[in-house]
Design a protein. Structure first.
Length: 116
């Protein structure tokens, strides 16, 4: 499975961005897809996940601001980010987990910078 993330950029606080992650390869093997982020000097942390059936899970710090969605026909997962804050600045990575939970795939990351 290969993951290609895009959509990052520079935005002012309060603004919005939408990240996209397109999966290719053995798509049938994927259950969970999600977004993580890593700020400079910090560990990578979960942002949101979504199952193939559409069940979602969010980190507390993005609840009410970010929305994860998935288009199975396009093999794409999205992260709509609204009301962005400077502390949301990070490299955002998409990932995919197989049904068996035995394999985890990562995209290359897309950088989001929120200016104050």
């Amino acid at each position: 499975v290969q993951l290609q993330a895009s959509g990052g950029g520079l935005v002012q606080a309060g603004g919005s961005l939408r990240l996209s992650c397109v999966a290719s390869g053995s798509i049938f093997s994927i259950n969970f897809m999600g977004w993580y982020r890593q700020a400079p000097g910090k560990q990578r942390e979960l942002v949101a996940t979504i199952t193939s059936g559409g069940s979602t899970n969010y980190a507390d710090f993005v609840k009410g601001r970010f929305t994860i969605s998935r288009d199975n026909a396009k093999n794409t997962v999205y992260l709509q980010m609204n009301s962005l804050k400077p502390e949301d600045t990070a490299v955002y990575y998409c990932n995919a987990v197989t049904w068996a939970g035995t394999k985890i795939y990562w995209g290359q990351g897309t950088k989001v910078t929120v200016s104050s």
